[in-house]
Design a protein around this ligand. Structure first.
Ligand code: HEC
Length: 108
C-alpha cells in the first residue's frame, strides 16, 4: 500500500507541475488588456470588480473553482457594479483563452 500511495503522490505532484507550467502569464495579461478586463479588475487591487488575488483566495480549496470561473466567464451573468446598477459581465468565447485566464486568476 505504501508504494501505491507514494506513486499516487508522485503522479499528483507531476500533474500539478504540468498544470502550473501550462499557465501562460503573458498571454493572460494580454488577454485581460485586449478584452477590457483591466478596466474593472487588477491582480491585487479592487476596482469595480474584485482583485484577482481575492477571487483566488475565495476559490482556494474548492474543487469546482475552475468550472465555476469558466462558466462565469463564458455565460455573461448579471453582476452588481457596486453603484446599485447591474450589468451583464463580459463573456469570452475562445475556450483556450478562457482556460488560460481561469488558471492565471486562480494562481494569484
Ligand atoms: C464593467 C466592469 C467589468 C469588466 C469589463 C470585467 N469585469 Fe469581471 N467582474 C466585474 C464585477 C463588478 C464583478 C463582481 C461580480 C459579483 O461579485 O457579483 C466581477 C467578477 C469577476 C470575477 C469573479 C467571479 C467570481 O465568481 O468570483 C472574475 C474571475 C472576473 N470578473 C474576471 C473578468 C475577466 C477575465 C474580464 C475580461 C474578460 C472581466 N472580468 C471584465 C466587473 C467587470
Amino acid at each position: 500500500m505504501k508504494t501505491v500511495s507514494l506513486l499516487a503522490a508522485a503522479a499528483m505532484f507531476a500533474f500539478s507541475m504540468t498544470a502550473g507550467a501550462a499557465v501562460d502569464a503573458d498571454a493572460a495579461t494580454k488577454a485581460l488588456k485586449d478584452n477590457g478586463c483591466t478596466k474593472c479588475h487588477s491582480v491585487d487591487k479592487a476596482k469595480k470588480g474584485p482583485a484577482f488575488k481575492k477571487v483566488a483566495a475565495d476559490m482556494k480549496g474548492k474543487a469546482d473553482a475552475e468550472a465555476k470561473l469558466t462558466t462565469f466567464l463564458t455565460t455573461g451573468p448579471k453582476v452588481n457594479m457596486g453603484d446599485g446598477t447591474q450589468e451583464e459581465h463580459k463573456a469570452l468565447k475562445d475556450p483556450a483563452v478562457v482556460k488560460n485566464l481561469v488558471q492565471f486568476i486562480l494562481a494569484q
